[in-house]
Design a protein around this ligand. Structure first.
Ligand code: G6P
Ligand code: MN
Length: 445
């Protein structure tokens, strides 16, 4: 079986390859094709993978190419993990937004809109090519903003594109752990959009254990989201939000912490990764060791500004291991081998949230088998959450319109309608600022 990874020179590719190396079962991936627009990054990552495979028998063969069509042809699965504009672009997304006093995070608020505006046209081009050159392939979208990008691709690939994120899985795992339940045995009642969802219940042996957690401040203080949001607010909500909701519920503090930071997240990663790739220009440099070091530092500083704003302290050891490669592998296995699995994924709504239309991509538990991902019916969201979900989906739709038509007015509207952008004038200036720094936005007339 052949897996093609777009963004194959990306820093997190070794995580995926590491997961593939643990898969010994019949029907596993035997061939990996890496595609990237940057040949230098491809060769750096290829070296890391070679070191990972050194001790492993029958490791999947790896091939790298800068030809997109060649990479797509013959693929059974395509992982799309691209970053249009690179990490330098991410840092610009943050800088322009913060100069206007609004959030520049890569998936939430103004930064997410800017990133979406330049990513959607590229993702749509990939989707069109995949539909033509690999019509039977399953496309798994990792590219952020993942919900929006998956929806853009689904207009060309239908249900053959599935978006993934590790944050709901991580949240479910943490809640199960503090409640003393093996995560695999629990039903996590979660729904929303990507980076905008809520856990409303955790069922085990026929009982909802979430009320026990919400009623116990000590338990609530013992895991990441509990510390981030505080026991009192979680009790008021009656749910545990995805960590990215911190940018909404504590927006002022998050923006201030970002403004105070010596470097924004994007700028930190831009410099950190530049050093990593540059280091591998030396052919004698041990690639895997450098990658491991860089990765540990990246994980430890994840959402550091939010944790600082909340006084939440350091990340826990268990939370440092990421996990999105595990979600991707579990999804691929379930489809390829028809092994039923339940995973929280980004798929078309199909009536699950009645306030959204059938084609709106949402994040929801799905049953997965050889026929794809089938969203499970869930209880409706309460009014306040429905309001946020609808507002942000309307913003995403404006981004899709702007990307499709090149309409600058639609781009302004996307920013202006976002709950975290507080003036239409700010929206105008954001479009000005972003089009000035991003060549990828030249299409906005
Ligand atoms: C989480 C999010 C991803 C994001 C990743 C890395 O896993 O769900 O969407 O890409 O963190 O964030 P970072 O700030 O390290 O790029
Ligand atoms: Mn994510």
């Amino acid at each position: 079986m052949r897996l093609t990874i777009l963004g194959g020179g990306g820093f997190r590719v070794p995580l995926v390859y590491g997961a593939l190396l643990t898969d010994r079962v019949e029907g596993r991936v035997t061939e990996v094709v890496l595609h990237d627009v940057d040949a230098g990054r491809l060769s750096a990552v290829t070296r890391v993978l070679a070191e990972q495979a050194a001790e492993v028998t029958d490791a999947p063969a790896v091939r790298a190419t800068t030809d997109l069509d060649e990479a797509l042809r013959g693929a059974d699965f395509v992982f799309s993990a691209i970053r249009v504009g690179g990490l330098a672009g991410r840092a610009e997304d943050e800088r322009v937004a913060l100069a206007e006093g609004v959030l520049g995070q890569e998936t939430v608020g103004a930064g997410g809109i800017a990133y979406g505006l330049r990513t959607v046209p590229v993702a749509v081009d990939i989707a069109r090519r995949a539909a033509r050159l690999a019509p039977d392939a399953w496309v798994i979208n990792f590219t952020n903003p993942a919900g929006l990008v998956t929806e853009a691709m689904s207009r060309h690939l239908g249900d053959r594109v599935i978006g993934i994120c590790d944050s709901p899985v991580g949240l479910g795992r943490r809640i199960a752990r503090v409640l003393g339940v093996p995560p695999g045995d629990a039903w996590i009642d979660y729904v929303g959009l990507n980076h905008l969802g809520w856990v409303r219940g955790l069922r085990h042996a026929g009982r909802d254990l979430l009320p026990r957690l919400l009623g116990d401040p000590e338990l609530l203080g013992s895991f990441e989201e509990g510390r981030l949001f505080g026991p009192e607010w979680l009790r008021s909500l009656g749910a545990i939000p995805n960590e990215y909701l911190h940018y909404y519920y504590f927006n002022r503090e998050a923006v201030e912490a970002y403004q105070r930071a010596e470097k924004t997240r994007g700028a930190f990663l831009r410099d950190q990764q530049a050093a990593f790739y540059e280091g591998l220009n030396d052919p004698a440099a041990p690639a895997l060791a450098a990658w491991n070091r860089t990765r540990a530092e990246r994980e430890a500083t994840y959402m550091a500004e939010n944790r600082e704003a909340a006084g939440a302290g350091e990340r826990e050891e268990d939370d440092l291991s990421g996990g999105y490669e595990k979600v991707a592998l579990a999804l691929m296995r379930a489809i390829a081998r028809d092994e039923r699995a339940t995973l929280i994924l980004n798929v078309r709504n199909q009536g699950v949230l009645s306030v959204l239309d059938a084609d709106a991509v949402i994040e929801v538990p799905c049953l997965v088998d050889a026929n794809g991902a089938h969203p499970v019916a869930v209880d409706p969201l309460p009014g306040h959450a429905t309001g946020l979900v609808c507002a942000v989906k309307a913003v995403e739709r404006e981004v899709l319109t702007a990307a499709e038509s090149g309409s600058r007015a639609a781009a302004v509207k996307a920013f202006a309608l976002h709950p975290l952008v507080d003036s239409v004038n700010v929206a105008h200036r954001l479009v000005e600022g972003y089009t000035r720094v991003h060549p990828g936005l030249a299409y906005l007339g």
